[in-house]
Design a protein around this ligand. Structure first.
Ligand SMILES: Cc1cc2nc3c(=O)[nH]c(=O)nc-3n(C[C@H](O)[C@H](O)[C@H](O)COP(=O)(O)OP(=O)(O)OC[C@H]3O[C@@H](n4cnc5c(N)ncnc54)[C@H](O)[C@@H]3O)c2cc1C
Length: 391
């Protein structure tokens, strides 16, 4: 098959599984390879839920991609017969002047999105589950909620396979290259060639993006190990997603604390899943298997208890590690490889990429096959992250 493939996708997590599904749907001959057996617990896409929201505080340029991602999640859900997106609302903010609420309002204004700016007192009146200072500034977005990462990846891979994609699990690539017309990968199962290559290896991208000329990690990405903690809801209906929104509270110089309430279909331990955004230190991806640090679990529980009424004493039912891949500016790197016009890169999702997975998959498929995309991803061009502008 070596000279008949249109594209090879390396990494079948959030981005790669969706790129593979889009390519196969378009009738392309494609091969997808993964180091493990996706969906799995060794990368960035496990833990039952990922927050999705429209009024993006990080930058308004993400909003058109998000609108498309919402539709794409719903199409995939319909196609697979699975519930993939839950719209239980979302509240985010913090002390007066916090950048999160300000950024959400900016995106909402720019793209005419319906949100409500509330003070802490009004938030607690609407949702007595929270306890925050009365003068806090928060934003409520009814269309916020969460998506189900493992179910999404499973659905994308099933769609890809149904449309003819070849999928090789437990098959890490050891090397790749391209002469501009043909790209290749080396694996223990042999060498594969295609007209185009997509690199979407998550926290392993530092090792995957380099070329012989550039050495490793030209995009200067840093994997970090983050901790997720599950808290027993003790059957409290006020902690269920039917009554409670997803939440995130800014804590100034400390990592923001967030929580995603359980939903019956989540397939995860349930209760409330909480975390401290970006609190982990740099690691090699393999270190995800090291034991969760009790100190970070304690800090996470404490931060959660400060903001949820009646949370004191509720039991920790589970904890796990998950990998962020941080870029220098916290924005993604999606585009063509600066040295290879037939190699597309998806990297550096910096702890907020999952909600974009189906639309990034579409952009990657466009880039791999046509060398360009009409999707507005120019602001994510990988070249901006290079040290001297070159690989
Ligand atoms: C704790 C936590 C909370 C998060 N919360 C949110 C959130 O609420 N909302 C949100 O939008 N995002 C969130 N994110 C971020 C989001 O989950 C990630 O941005 C996204 O999952 C990254 O997808 P990916 O495809 O780059 O990586 P992955 O899904 O990890 O996929 C990479 C794949 O590449 C494979 N691979 C690696 N090396 C090789 C190789 N050499 N050969 C073959 N295959 C290889 C891996 O096995 C893996 O399957 C969170 C992340 C974490 C860790």
């Amino acid at each position: 098959m070596s000279d008949t493939l249109d594209a090879i996708v390396v990494g079948l997590g959030a981005m790669g599984s969706n790129a593979l599904a889009v390519l196969a749907r378009r009738g392309k001959r494609v091969l997808g390879l993964d180091r493990f057996d996706p969906p799995h617990n060794f990368g960035s896409s496990h833990g039952g839920s990922r927050v999705i929201r429209l009024s993006y505080f990080e930058h308004p340029d993400y909003v058109p991609l998000l609108k498309r991602a919402y539709d794409a999640f719903d199409r995939l859900a319909q196609d697979s017969g699975e519930t993939l997106r839950i719209e239980n609302g979302l509240v985010m903010g913090g002390a007066p002047g916090n950048a999160v609420a300000a950024g959400m309002l900016r995106s909402a204004r720019t793209h005419d999105l319906p949100v409500s700016a509330l003070d802490g007192a009004e938030l607690m009146r609407r949702y007595p589950q929270f306890t925050v200072p009365a003068d806090w500034e928060v934003v409520f977005e009814a269309r916020g909620g969460f998506v189900r990462p493992e179910a999404t990846i499973r659905a994308a891979l099933a769609a890809a396979a149904r449309d003819g994609a070849r999928i090789e699990r437990e098959t890490p690539i050891a090397a790749w290259g391209s002469d501009g017309r043909t790209a290749w990968v080396e694996t223990a199962r042999g060498r594969f060639e295609a007209s185009a290559l997509i690199l979407a290896a998550g926290a392993w991208m530092p090792a995957c993006t380099g070329t012989r000329q550039s050495g490793q990690n030209p995009l200067r990405l840093t994997p970090t190990r983050e901790t997720l903690v599950w808290i027993d809801d003790e059957g409290d209906p006020d902690w269920h997603a039917t009554r409670m929104p997803v939440w995130l509270f800014d804590r100034g110089n400390e990592p923001a604390v967030y929580g995603v309430p359980a939903f019956d279909l989540m397939g995860a331990p349930g209760g409330m899943k909480v975390g401290l955004h970006g609190s982990g230190g740099p690691v090699r991806p393999e270190q995800i298997c090291e034991p969760v640090e009790p100190a970070i679990v304690r800090k996470t529980v404490q931060a959660m208890q400060e903001r949820l009424r009646g949370a004191a004493g509720r039991r920790v039912t589970g904890a796990c590690s998950c990998l962020y891949t941080m870029s220098k500016d916290g924005h993604f790197a999606v585009g063509l490889h600066p040295d290879h016009s037939n190699v597309a890169i998806a990297a550096g999702f910096s702890g907020h990429g999952f909600k974009f997975a189906p639309v990034i998959g579409e952009a990657l498929a466009d880039l791999a096959i046509g060398g360009e995309t009409h999707l507005p991803i120019g602001f994510l061009a990988p070249g901006r992250l290079l040290k001297n502008g070159t690989f």
